[in-house]
Ligand binder design. Structure first.
Ligand code: NDP
Length: 348
């Protein structure tokens, strides 16, 4: 039986890479649902190739365009935020890959869990704003939650077979983003185009800016707390520019486990879709004989204040992570529209 997958945010960076995985692994997976916000053209193209049962275009103004293209193909078309929630009742979907960016992912994520769908979660903001609720609902509904974010996927893999063995701490590795080593003077001059040029990963605009400000690592620290039941004091961030070690787990006997691979999101995406199995693929392999050294350094929290802000929000708890996330989503949009500069993030 092929696993029937719903890809929420199929037109984004994670969504498109998930479809590449499914194209390669078509003996194992088929596409049941595809969704987009406004990129109707790409959604239609994806639906023509992957023949899902239904698609959703979140922006209702684009419904007619998508309906006219796909209805004659016998593909159901729905529109609006409410459709992203209602579709979770569909029984023919085995696994939801949640890759909608930002707060917009929260309502469909909660609906997926309430409808007992296996959940591969890329949308870290959902755990940042409602981690406690998501954790509680996954336990109540016995829903497996598999993290897609490469760091959390690495921790998840390192914990396989560990049962209830306690974690001493985790190290979240970070590439450092495009502005690693920049001082205030240099940061004052950086543009949105510079921020979008990530040295290692090719990601959507919001997570690219978050990566440049190091807010991404702060959001990931909050995500890790809820996913793995950790406290702030158990989380360390280390810059590792080669991005080959995707995070580390320290156990109470002094042992350290990690997951390594070339920096390619298709690896954690495929793992999250195929879990608990591992499927063979032809992705380029990591060759450590070509890698003379691995570098590690502490993050610069003086110039990259957002990481410290996220840790503060995590420490104080309550609604602060949710407020932090909302302020950050607004600030990222303002930065991308050139309404604020890179250093203005600290005062937002
Ligand atoms: P993108 O911006 O590339 O894609 C976002 C997707 O969400 C698109 O399909 C977009 O549709 C859809 N979308 C945007 N706004 C809405 C909305 N209001 N309602 C419904 N759908 C919406 O993001 P990424 O793929 O880069 O990231 C997705 C999530 O995964 C983020 O939370 C990110 O932090 C996380 N992540 C991403 C990684 C990466 O490598 N990209 C790595 C690890 C985690 P449309 O195209 O029509 O606008």
């Amino acid at each position: 039986m092929k696993k029937r997958i719903g890809i929420f945010g199929s037109t984004g960076s994670v969504g498109r890479q998930a479809l590449e995985v499914i194209r390669e692994q078509h003996d194992h997976f088929e596409v049941e649902i595809l969704t987009a916000y406004q990129n109707a053209g790409l959604l239609i193209g994806q639906a023509m190739e992957f023949r899902p049962n239904a698609v959703i275009i979140a922006d209702k103004n684009l419904y007619k365009q998508v309906f006219e293209a796909l209805d004659p193909q016998d593909i159901k078309v729905y529109a609006g935020d409410e459709a992203l929630v209602q579709i979770m009742e569909m029984e023919s979907m085995d696994l939801v890959l949640m890759a909608i960016v930002g707060f917009a992912a929260l309502a469909p994520t909660l609906a997926a869990i309430q409808n007992k769908k296996q959940l591969a979660l890329a949308s870290k903001e959902s755990l940042v704003v409602a981690g406690k609720l998501i954790r509680q609902l996954t336990i109540e509904n016995r829903v497996p939650l598999i993290p897609v974010d490469s760091e959390h996927n690495a921790i998840f893999q390192s914990l396989m077979g560990e049962g209830n063995n306690p974690i001493e701490k985790i190290v979240l590795t970070a590439s450092g983003g495009p502005f690693r080593g920049f001082n205030r003077q240099k940061l004052q001059k950086v543009t949105p185009a510079d921020a979008l040029k990530h040295p290692v990963w090719n990601m959507g605009p919001k997570v690219s800016v978050d990566s440049a400000t190091l807010m991404n690592k702060g959001l990931e620290a909050i995500e890790a707390c809820w996913l793995f039941g950790l406290k702030l004091q158990q989380i360390q961030v280390l810059i590792h520019p080669e991005s080959l070690i995707h995070s580390l787990v320290y156990f109470t006997d002094g042992s350290v486990k990690t997951q390594m691979s070339r920096p390619d999101m298709k690896i954690p995406i495929q793992f999250a879709l195929s879990y608990p199995e591992r499927l063979h693929n032809n992705l380029e392999r990591l060759d450590l004989s070509e890698q003379n050294t691995l570098h590690f350094e502490s993050p610069d929290i003086e110039n990259f204040r957002n990481l410290a802000l996220a840790f503060e929000a995590l420490e104080k708890g309550g609604n602060l992570p949710c407020i932090l996330n909302a302020a950050n989503e607004i600030a990222v949009q303002a930065f991308l529209r050139e309404q604020i500069g890179f250093l203005d993030f600290r005062s937002c």
